[in-house]
Every structure is written in C-alpha cells, then in structure tokens.
Design a protein around this ligand. Structure first.
Ligand code: URA
Length: 309
C-alpha cells in the first residue's frame, strides 16, 4: 500500500475514534518513533504523555503528526471550545441583519443572495470553489444540519453531494422522503481552508460564529419541527455547551435550539469510515426518532433496518 494511502487510513481511524469521543490513544514507543519520521520537519512534536498515562498521546497531536507533509493537522476533537483558542484575525464579527418582509421564498432568495455574495465567505474560498448555501423545501419538517462543505460541495456549490452526502441522501430516501422534501444546510458556508486537498479541517469557533446567523436565518425561514445535527461539530456548534459534548453521550437525545427540537446523530462520513451495522443502526434509530417526532409513519420494514438477523 502506498504511504499516502496508509497515512489516509491512519487519519480515518483517528477521526473515527475522535467522533466516538476518544481523546487519547495508546501507542508503543516504536510506533511513535515511526510516526515521527512521517511528520513534516516543522510539525509541533507529539505531546508528551502525562506521567500517569505512559504511551498515551492526544489524538489531535497524533493526527497532526500522521498528516501528509503539507497538512495543517486535525484538532483533537471537533471541539468547539478548544478550537476557539486560536484567534483568526481574518474573521470579523458575525453579521447582524434582519430578514426582509415577505413570504418564505422571498426571504430565502434574499438570504441566499446575501450569503453567496458575502465577502468574508468568498474571501475564504480556495480558487474556483463556491460558497455553499442550504437546499431543500422551505416547508420541510426536518432540517439536516451538517458541519461544512467538503471539496465536492464547494466545487458544486451544493451541500452534501459528495460521498457523505450520497449516503445522507440514501438515508433520507429510506425514511420515505427525498432531498427536495427536507432541508439540508451546514453551519459553515465555506470549506475551512487548509493547505492540502486531503481530508477536511473542522471549522474554528470564530468561523462558526461568523456563519451561525446564516443558519439561524435559514431555520427562521423554514421553521422545521426537528433539526437533525449531523456530527459533533454541528451539534456542539449549535448547542454551544460550556464543555463540548461527546457524540457517544448525546446522539439520540433530544435538545432544543431556538425553540426547535434537535437530535444529534453521527455524521454520515463517520458511517463511511465505520461500516459496522451497529453504528448504522444507531443513526437509523435517531432518524426513526426524528420521523416519529414530526409525525411521519414508520413501517415495520423501516423499523427493522440494520437490525442483526
Ligand atoms: N460534510 C458536511 O458536514 N457537510 C457537507 O455539505 C458535506 C460534507
């Protein structure tokens, strides 16, 4: 296997563990030594393990060391609070605006124009990439909220169209719905910039703070009955707890955001990395709960999806 594939495999594993809420990983000294050889020359060293956990390294540091040379690394968790430590002067204060009078469609058109023309969003794009705004029904009962556009999305200018998006679309169809009958948006309207095209960097707190009024405005227009927060970044970004929640602890539980019921579930990209039936079932149960909450019928067949025979 090529070195690049091995590195990508390692990063995928680390991301999976991070999504499950792990923050540290036990490594043999010899393994650490090999990983150090892969790290770019100017990479910050892997954090020494606390004395009581010899061999344990932070997943963030590990991911950083294991990244391809041009990579800026992956923070330990989609940690909203931890990320906020890094101050980015290129992100101004969040926009303050009011939706114009008019019907849903007129308001949405106005907002879409505003976001697509937003100089800050556009200023953070890679060349030939697009700002990504939400899509779907303005009367949707279910509003899926993801983290940030990936590469496919920022090329096409539409949320959730890459591999994770295709899986999300299959899940929506399994619910008896379509992409057109739900609403699909992201906390972020641009793909967080990074030095490499490999992988996606979780957004920083300031980046999310800037985009939050845009997703709130979309919610104010659509007025869904339920928000499904896809992944830890979306859940923590919307709920803004004092300490970031671990997805393993909150998925399938009900919260409120701006007076709307919100259920966090694992991000579809997590399911692409972790193909266990048990993980698919967890997400499916969260989606069944969302269906029930909005009053959609659930057939016996649907109830049995991803259950072991
Ligand atoms: N991941 C997200 O969170 N959003 C997208 O639009 C695509 C991938």
């Amino acid at each position: 296997m090529a070195l690049r594939e091995q590195i990508e495999g390692v990063i995928a594993q680390v991301k999976t563990l991070r999504e499950q809420g792990e923050t540290h990983l036990y490594l043999e000294d010899a393994t650490l030594a090999e990983l150090r050889k892969l790290a770019p020359k100017n990479a910050k060293p892997i954090a020494p393990a606390p004395s009581h956990t010899t061999g344990a390294v932070s997943l963030g540091d590990f991911a950083h060391a294991a990244s391809a040379p041009a990579s800026r690394g992956i923070p330990a968790k989609p940690s909203v609070r931890a990320a906020s430590v890094a101050h980015d002067d290129t992100i101004p204060e969040p926009p303050v605006f009011e939706l114009p009078a008019g019907d849903k469609q007129a308001q949405w058109n106005w907002l879409r124009e505003k976001v697509l023309g937003c100089p800050v969003c556009n200023g953070h794009l890679h060349p030939n990439r697009k700002v990504v705004f939400g899509v779907g029904s303005l009367d949707a009962d279910i509003f899926f909220c993801g983290e940030a556009p990936g590469m496919d999305e920022s090329v096409q200018g539409e949320p959730f169209v890459g591999p994770a998006g295709q899986l999300l679309t299959k899940m929506i169809v399994a619910m008896g719905l379509s992409r057109e009958s739900v609403y699909i948006g992201n906390i972020m309207n641009w793909r967080p910039k990074q030095a490499t095209e490999v992988g996606n960097r979780p957004p920083k707190q300031q980046e999310m703070d800037f985009c939050l009024p845009y997703i709130k405005a979309q919610l104010a227009i659509v007025k869904p009955k339920v928000i499904v927060a896809l992944g830890g970044t979306a859940a923590n970004g919307l709920l803004a707890p004092a300490e970031p929640y671990r997805m393993g602890a909150i998925r399938g539980k009900w919260f409120q955001f701006e007076g709307i019921d919100l259920i966090p579930t694992y991000h579809p990209s997590y399911l692409l990395r972790n193909q266990l039936m048990s993980e698919r079932r967890k997400v499916w149960e969260d989606l069944l709960a969302a269906m029930e909450r909005v009053g959609l019928p659930v057939s016996e067949k649907q109830r049995g999806f991803f259950l072991k025979k």
